[in-house]
Design a binder for this molecule. Structure first.
Ligand SMILES: NC(=O)c1ccc[n+]([C@@H]2O[C@H](COP(=O)([O-])OP(=O)(O)OC[C@H]3O[C@@H](n4cnc5c(N)ncnc54)[C@H](O)[C@@H]3O)[C@@H](O)[C@H]2O)c1
Length: 278
């Protein structure tokens, strides 16, 4: 029942990390994926998946000439660059769409007083605009498609929020980042109400500390965070992108046709309280 046979799904920021874990699991479950990312080259594991599966398409940021000017295509933060790239994704998937995972996001991990306006606007633009507008394009596409008479579904939206939307994250400074992920969580809940009767479901996943470049790069600059990655989750380990991917496949699948407006927390127990003893 938890399969994605022939389902067509867009994943933003799917070239490395959590997004790549989700892309891999969608393909293993029988689905087809179009990835939208800024990276000129995807992670080597992603490249191998594209070459070997024949079910994965990659659209990166590139510059395209229109009649009047040059526009960037593939950056999810600006409608003028997102719209043409999104259309290419739907086209590559055969003209229909069953789901989207809005996963692309960036972090700021610094004390409140150190944030400049620029830091704040950057994280807001990527994490908020970069969730809102891809979801809007997906809903526009879903509404052109009929409701499946058996599942009563048109499409599923999965947004990647964060434990920082709901928990204190020991050892981290996440005022701006956590605020943007709180937006993702409440936006998604509001959207689930608005779309509940038209066959479109929308849910968030809130990951805990996951082993991706985002955290490995942070640990190079601030090695103290390794202590919190290992000790704060009651399960005493970092999660892996695979841990998040199973939840995404479930929420995208027909096993979840009666599930909308939830936040699925996959965080090694952090939502029950941190496991720190000091
Ligand atoms: N790693 C964690 O511990 C963790 C925990 C909770 C939530 N998250 C969230 O999960 C998501 C994925 O995180 P990750 O750790 O895999 O990050 P990552 O940095 O490994 O991957 C994020 C991807 O998003 C892409 N991206 C960024 N801005 C973009 C833009 N404007 N247009 C298109 N693509 C863009 C990047 O190029 C990158 O490939 C993020 O939303 C993050 O906030 C991560």
């Amino acid at each position: 029942m938890i399969g994605l046979d022939n389902k067509r799904i867009i994943v933003t920021g799917g070239a490395p990390g959590i997004g790549l874990g989700i892309v891999t699991a969608i393909i293993e479950a029988g689905g087809h994926v179009a990835i939208l990312d800024l990276l000129p080259e995807p992670h080597p594991d992603c490249q191998a998946l594209i070459t070997e599966s024949g079910k994965c398409h990659y659209f990166k940021k590139c510059w395209e000439k229109t009649n009047t000017n040059l526009i960037a295509s593939g950056d999810i933060t600006k409608p003028e660059s997102l719209n043409p790239a999104f259309a290419k994704c739907v086209n590559a998937l055969g003209g229909t769409l069953d789901g989207i995972v809005t996963n692309a996001g960036i972090g700021t991990d610094k004390p409140f007083l150190d944030h400049s306006l620029n830091d704040f606007q950057r994280v807001l633009t990527v994490n908020q605009n970069g969730t809102f507008f891809p979801a809007q394009l997906a809903v526009r596409q879903f509404m052109t498609q009929p409701i499946d008479p058996i599942t009563r579904s048109r499409g599923s939206i999965v947004m990647i929020s964060s434990q920082a939307a709901s928990n204190k994250c020991p050892g981290h400074f996440l005022t701006a980042y956590g605020g943007t992920k709180g937006f993702v969580k409440s936006f998604c809940m509001q959207l689930s109400h608005e779309l509940a009767t038209v066959g479109i479901r929308s849910n968030t996943i809130s990951p805990g500390y996951i082993e991706t470049d985002l955290n490995l790069e942070l640990a190079k600059i601030r090695p103290d965070v390794n202590y919190y990655f290992q000790e704060a989750p009651p399960m005493k380990r970092l999660g892996s992108p695979k841990d998040i991917a199973g939840g995404a496949v479930y929420l995208l699948s027909d096993a979840a046709t009666y599930v909308t407006g939830i936040d699925l927390r996959i965080d090694g127990g952090m939502s029950a309280g941190s496991g720190l003893t000091r």
